[in-house]
Design a binder for this molecule. Sequence first.
Ligand code: NAP
Ligand code: MG
Length: 499
Amino acid sequence: MPKPPAKKSAPRRTSARELVFGDLWEFDPAPETADPKLKKRYDLFINGEFVAPKSGKYFPTISPGNEAKLADIALAGAADVDAAFQSAQKAFDGAWGRMAGSERGKYIYRIARLLQDRAREFAVAETMDGGKPIKESRDFDVPMAAAHFFYHAGWADKLDCLAPGRRVAPYGVVGQVIPWNFPLLMLAWKIAPALAAGNTVVIKPAETTSITALKFGEILQEAGLPPGVVNIVAGAGETGAAVMTHPLAAKVAFTGSTEVGKIIMRSLAGTDKKMTMELGGKAANIIFDDAPLDQAVEGIVNGIFFNQGHVCCAGSRLLVQESVASTVLAKLKRRIAVLRVGDPLDKNTDLGAINSREQLERITALVQSGVDEGAEIFQHACKLPAKGFYFRPTIFSGVTQSHRIAREEIFGPVLSVLTFRTVEEAVEKANNTAFGLSAGVWTDKGSRILKMSTELKAGVVWANTFNKFDPASPFGGYKESGFGREGGRQGLLDYCKLI
Ligand code: NAP
Ligand code: MG
């Protein structure tokens, strides 16, 4: 018998793993076009002016999205850091230290408004220098940074209400060092409360993301902030160490890795400097079988994959109740198969670039350890841009608590999935970490949310949501995630002496 003509069959897609970008609707490129107004060279911001570094040195900053050089950044040496502290001390001993809170508040409001005026320009600069998707910097980082200044401006003339029955006073000069994952937002978290409380500041941004901090110096000039109230010194770890240990720093505030936080604490042991530390995390996102699962999957994706997992409070461990584990995992795989990874400046991009080659290598090594230790890997099979630093969204299932990927902070788009049967087991596993920054609980039962939030050793516990922030809400850690709070009344109190 002659064979019937072969039918044209549709492309076979047997699992989410086989879905590649070509299977999705192709979107036309939608790059954000606002001018980031970048300069070729950025000098240090000391005593209200941009000044060439006494060190005479500059270092390049690149865009991790395409590895193109963006600008040269002045490297602050010990003499530059000293000049910044001298100017901050002079400002504190002078007009700023004597200024009424209501007047300080006006400057802080002005800063907030100017940041809003130049929001799009700052968002593009942030995305180019750091690699995060434009929709993150445009819709979260920059508006939240402005919101922190607005919130703290409102406190400046109400410090008498900060600690009922007590009076408060500023410390003096505050030394601050921040990381690369939320460059402008971390700067706002640090500078806004310091100024509201009447302190003056020397701040160092991370080496790979100094541009928005130095552009912020332009805003301070526009706002007419008195010279020396805020000084911005760029550089690497050595510059950071000089800021943290300077004799004029009455208080130091650090956000970064637990490892560097410990080095700083050791170097300051025996001094009377007041310290706050916002360090690493290994958050558990806990899903019970009565949770709204689709909503929870969105929360998990938001918690670990957006912003490339470059979030200290990222929900990097998923604890899912055994009875719904396979359903949740299947939903997650389908969801990450449609995430768009690529050009950070494209408005459709969900995951942009990893911040630096070093960070990409660190993520790659930790993912390899997961494979070597026997966890099952699932990766989004998307095409990655030829240039720049990118990593595919990755899910590990079959993870046990002893795996490195369950214990160490990966700081990349990598989710480790563990299961549990009972509430007690969920609490046990979630708390079985050296960190304690944040956690998420997904359940229909209010009573269970209350129980979990009291038993979880985490500074923030989100219920049926994840990664939500508000300037009025304090943020900070337990255990090796640090001490002190940022945001809210508690965060502001960390910048005040009680007298
Ligand atoms: P990092 O290596 O600790 O660096 C943080 C900052 O410290 C950078 O400005 C860095 O300069 C500087 N630094 C390095 N060595 C120093 C030293 N010996 N003394 C003083 N400063 C020094 O951390 P990262 O890799 O940039 O940032 C990621 C880490 O930050 C993660 O662990 C994350 O969890 C944590 N983080 C925590 C929070 C929170 O609120 N808890 C928020 C955001 C990030 P260079 O950049 O030049 O090295
Ligand atoms: Mg850069």
